[in-house]
Design a protein around this ligand. Structure first.
Ligand SMILES: [Cu+2]
Length: 261
């Protein structure tokens, strides 16, 4: 509870002043969240608890009033007390403050988490992503490229720096609770922390054309040693493909340009 209170206060401060935001972005301390998926889930559960409590209060109040003001035999005519202006205002203002405070609480928590999420851990694997109709094209720091399949090691945060070669797309990885638009002329980013080997779906979350629904990919998380072996193999393949032409004098010139994917 103490932690939550601190988060809310920080959120309120951040909402109150843009300079607080800038200061927190420049803070020297390391990334505050290790696993965005867990943090977003935590926020989601908070929202669920909030709206469940509000929902139960409303349901009980409704049931009570339905019972209290039920129709009586003999078409009884009720009498009502006159509401003073002060209590009329009170009946409006107090519930509004109670429910708005819950909204602000949730909004402040979301704000804090978003700011923390924008800080990416320094020990990350950074991969470039170019999206296009209709594929996800990943380029690793060493030049290795993959299409519609991002292979990453378990236990290391992964950051995607994204752009688009045609229109607006949105790289969505539901399992990791992260989604970010990729668009022409701008570089955006997202990050996630795959903790154990497995496969996860990638899907385009922004309608981008007639084949939008087929723009699916996969994140394949491998154990670190398996990832290293895969990467070594890809590096060898890349080196062979980009070897200088004079190294193989017998090779015929390519008939047509190799189409990059
Ligand atoms: Cu798309």
């Amino acid at each position: 509870m103490h932690d939550t209170l601190k988060r809310v206060l920080r959120g309120a401060a951040a909402m109150a002043s843009g300079t607080a935001l800038a200061a927190s972005a420049q803070a020297a301390d390391a990334t505050k969240i290790a696993n965005p998926a867990a943090s977003w889930d935590h926020l989601w559960h908070e929202v669920i608890v909030d709206i469940t409590i509000i929902g139960i209060i409303f349901a009980l109040m409704t049931a009570y009033f339905v019972w209290k003001y039920r129709r009586r035999p003999g078409n009884e005519v009720g009498t009502s007390d006159k509401l003073s202006p002060a209590s009329a205002v009170g009946w409006v203002v107090i519930p509004v403050f109670v429910f708005l405070s819950i909204d602000f609480y949730t909004a402040a928590n979301g704000w804090v988490l978003w700011n923390e999420y924008r800080d990416v851990p320094a020990d990350r694997l950074e991969v470039k992503l170019e999206s296009g109709m209709y594929s996800w094209d990943y380029t690793y720091p060493n030049g290795v490229r993959t299409q519609n399949e991002l292979i990453v090691p378990a236990g290391k945060p992964v950051m995607l720096r994204m752009t688009s070669r045609d229109t607006l797309h949105s790289h969505y990885i539901p399992d990791f609770r992260v989604k970010e638009d990729s668009m022409p002329g701008r570089v955006t980013y997202l990050w996630f922390n795959p903790t154990k080997p497995g496969e996860h779906i990638v899907t385009c979350a922004e309608y981008c054309g007639v084949m939008h629904g087929y723009m699916a990919g996969r994140i394949i998380v491998k154990a670190p040693e398996e990832y290293a072996a895969w990467m070594k193999q890809e590096e060898t393949r890349l080196a062979a493909a980009t070897a200088p032409a004079e190294a193989t004098p017998a090779a015929k010139p390519a008939a047509k340009p190799v189409k990059k994917t």
